[in-house]
Design a protein around this ligand. Structure first.
Ligand SMILES: Cc1cc2nc3c(=O)[nH]c(=O)nc-3n(C[C@H](O)[C@H](O)[C@H](O)COP(=O)(O)OP(=O)(O)OC[C@H]3O[C@@H](n4cnc5c(N)ncnc54)[C@H](O)[C@@H]3O)c2cc1C
Length: 314
């Protein structure tokens, strides 16, 4: 039997957690799910697992990675899980790395496929998405995270049962925890959920140049993203960055404007269903991954698209 760490937000399991459940199904055996903190009991109702375990504790109102690791390890031990699977989100990866240290087991991060057995055979994403590694996991208890948006999620369902418990947490488990949150600007669509993302790179030229990107994103009901060259220049916050060291997203369409298409950038947007590149350079690497391209100056192309959308009543 295997245990899946299921993250949740607003009372529902996150998409990447449903993807982790799908990959864990490939290991065979019963699936147990673990949901931690406030809202877990509500989210558990939509999780297709034999048992959904919900950990509730006053200290779990905020993210505390060591507490999560303690809960994961404690529950895995109690139910005798042979593998622990988690989404490759930042929080779950943080907690799983700490769980691996506690258990003295290896952690296979960013898996995209598994074949059960001893050892488990797996495929995982390496080097920012530029390499797929075939590996064997030799472990007493297998710990895996699942590359975001690389596996189709499980369909809707409900658990066989829901079991709520209060974990025992030591003071040391709560030393690292979230102390403050900076809310994104009101009203916008989040980068993670947006169906359309309009992204700007160094070619935008300045922070002010993002007005044209913001306008198009707003007309399309989308979100704004950017490259690391942009965050390094201080034109946009790091929360907007797409790529290996930024957000990994999977919108319906990704509109990359003035972005060259470095592998570290593509690592964050290759889950997009379609990519439209706007670039002055027809030889830019982004052209080799783009489904559509406009070769031209984004400062002319974007206002023209926005004007056309307005004319059509958007
Ligand atoms: C360990 C590591 C991690 C990294 N992580 C990330 C990451 O998470 N995300 C990320 O983005 N990068 C990341 N990078 C950096 C990455 O290698 C590139 O340096 C970066 O993506 C380049 O950003 P850019 O495409 O905006 O800029 P550039 O490469 O400078 O490209 C600018 C593009 O704009 C075009 N252009 C210029 N003017 C115009 C115009 N007026 N209209 C239209 N097009 C125009 C140019 O032709 C060019 O193609 C990482 C690097 C390392 C080493």
């Amino acid at each position: 039997m295997n245990l899946v760490l299921v993250e949740h937000a607003d009372g529902v399991a996150t998409d990447v957690s449903l993807q982790a459940l799908a990959l864990a199904e490939g290991l065979g055996g019963d699936l147990h799910a673990l949901l931690i903190g406030q809202g877990g009991a509500q989210a558990a109702q939509g999780v297709p697992a034999a048992v959904a375990h919900v950990a509730e504790h006053d200290a779990l109102d905020v993210f505390a990675p060591d507490a999560w690791a303690a809960i994961v390890c404690g529950l895995a031990e109690r139910i005798g899980a042979t593998a622990i699977v988690a989404p490759g989100s930042e929080r779950a990866t943080d907690a799983m790395a700490r769980a691996a240290v506690r258990l003295g087991e290896p952690l296979a991060a960013n898996c995209t496929a598994v074949t059960p057995g001893d050892p488990i055979a797996l495929t995982r994403v390496r080097w920012g998405g530029s390499l797929l590694e075939e590996a064997r996991l030799h472990a007493g208890r297998a710990l895996l995270t699942v590359a975001p948006h690389a596996v189709a999620p499980v369909g809707p369902g409900s658990p066989g049962s829901i079991e709520t418990f209060t974990p025992e947490l030591a003071e040391a488990d709560l030393v690292v925890r979230v102390r403050d949150r900076v809310a994104p600007p009101e009203g916008g669509v989040s980068l993670a959920d947006a169906k359309v993302v309009v992204s700007g790179g160094r070619g935008v030229g300045s922070a002010e140049g993002f007005a044209a990107i913001e306008e198009l994103a707003s007309l399309l009901g989308g979100a704004v993203g950017c490259s690391r060259a942009v965050t390094m220049s201080g034109w946009r916050p790091h929360t907007d960055q797409v790529g290996q060291t930024g957000n990994k997203i999977a919108p319906e369409i990704y509109i990359a404007c003035g972005v060259s298409g470095a592998t570290q950038h593509i690592a964050g947007c290759k889950g997009a269903k379609r990519i439209l590149a706007v670039n002055t350079d027809p030889e830019a690497p982004i052209m080799s991954v783009a489904d559509y391209a406009v070769v031209g100056d984004l400062h002319e192309v974007l206002p023209a698209i926005s004007a056309e959308l307005r004319a059509r009543g958007r």
